[in-house]
Design a binder for this molecule. Structure first.
Ligand code: HSE
Length: 298
């Protein structure tokens, strides 16, 4: 009748994989409680921490759940409570966590009529509402865990990739809000053949590195000459943080999703703690408020 879940934050794009690659964090996320009700109504009954719409059709969790229930022809009503720990507009899949969490939990309460992969499509409806674009690179890893690659959108085909066990993610979130819709609007709609060649070379290498546990290659593949030069302008001290991360031994560094969060991918807990402390110390000196997270990828 009732289920409580942890709905994880995610890092999308991972530099060279704009809109097609993402991974799931295991220490940062929302908590959601979903209950069956007797009203045949889908309701958002409580949201804590963040100021978000309670109307079902304006809330990403409500919209994703509704698309799923309509697809199933299911009349059962549900109450959704969200302990919204992931800040809105942070770049670590805040809307994706709500949408993915809602469909995951309701699917469980209904006896799992859908597989986790089938749920991706429904959760994408939440992303459409939140950003005007139904990307899957946050909702897919939130539902499947580890790394996900969107092989194609039409038809939707998502592949789970292996996650080398020593990988750790340090996330710095400068407390400014960047709406995904806005940071998509500033992107160019076409790129040069030269940029494309470099991007797909790096993406292929990154996928290979995940399969072969090649941490060094993984770090060298986290390159983005297409999106990062445009979006990084919105992130205060983007280049300076990179310098600190690299100097302290991070494998790679980039923008998390559409920003403003940035990520440093590290090998092992010791290195990740060092990178986290160094980045934290540096950002503290800028006077800008921030959140700092360290997580494995699961
Ligand atoms: N791929 C999307 C973007 C992710 O970068 O706009 C948003 O978190």
């Amino acid at each position: 009748k009732e289920i409580k879940i942890f709905s994880p934050a995610t890092v999308a794009n991972l530099s060279c994989g704009f809109d097609v690659l993402g991974c799931c964090l295991d220490t940062v996320g929302d908590e959601m409680t979903i209950k069956k009700n007797e009203l045949c109504e889908l309701r958002i009954t409580k949201i804590t921490w963040q100021d978000l719409p309670m109307e079902t059709n304006k809330n990403v969790a409500g919209v994703a759940a509704k698309v799923m229930l309509d697809h199933l022809g299911e009349k059962q009503g549900f109450d959704i409570e969200i302990d919204k720990k992931i800040r809105v507009g942070s770049g670590i899949g805040s809307s994706a966590a709500s949408a993915a969490g809602a469909v995951f939990a309701i699917n469980k309460l209904l006896g799992e009529p859908y597989t986790a992969k089938q749920l991706i499509k429904f959760a994408m409806a939440g992303e459409q509402l939140a950003s005007g674009n139904a990307h899957a690179d946050n909702v897919a890893p939130a539902l499947l865990g580890g790394f996900s690659l969107v092989k194609s959108y039409d038809p939707l085909e998502v592949i789970s990739l292996p996650s080398p066990g020593e990988l750790r993610m340090v996330i710095l979130h400068p407390l400014i809000e960047i709406k995904t819709q806005d940071s998509r609007a500033i992107l160019r709609q076409s790129i040069s053949l030269k940029s494309a060649v470099s991007q797909w070379g790096n993406l292929g290498a990154l996928v290979s590195a995940l399969y072969t546990n090649d941490y060094d290659l993984l770090g060298r593949s986290l390159v983005d000459g297409v999106i990062e030069p445009i979006r990084s302008i919105l992130i205060p001290y983007f280049d300076e943080i990179k310098k600190v991360a690299v100097e302290n031994g991070a494998l790679g560094y980039g923008i998390s999703g559409s920003g403003p969060s940035v990520f440093a991918l590290c090998r092992g807990d010791e290195n990740a703690s060092r990178v986290k402390n160094a980045i934290g110390e540096f950002y503290h000196s800028t006077g800008i408020e921030f959140d700092l997270h360290l997580s494995a990828i699961n």
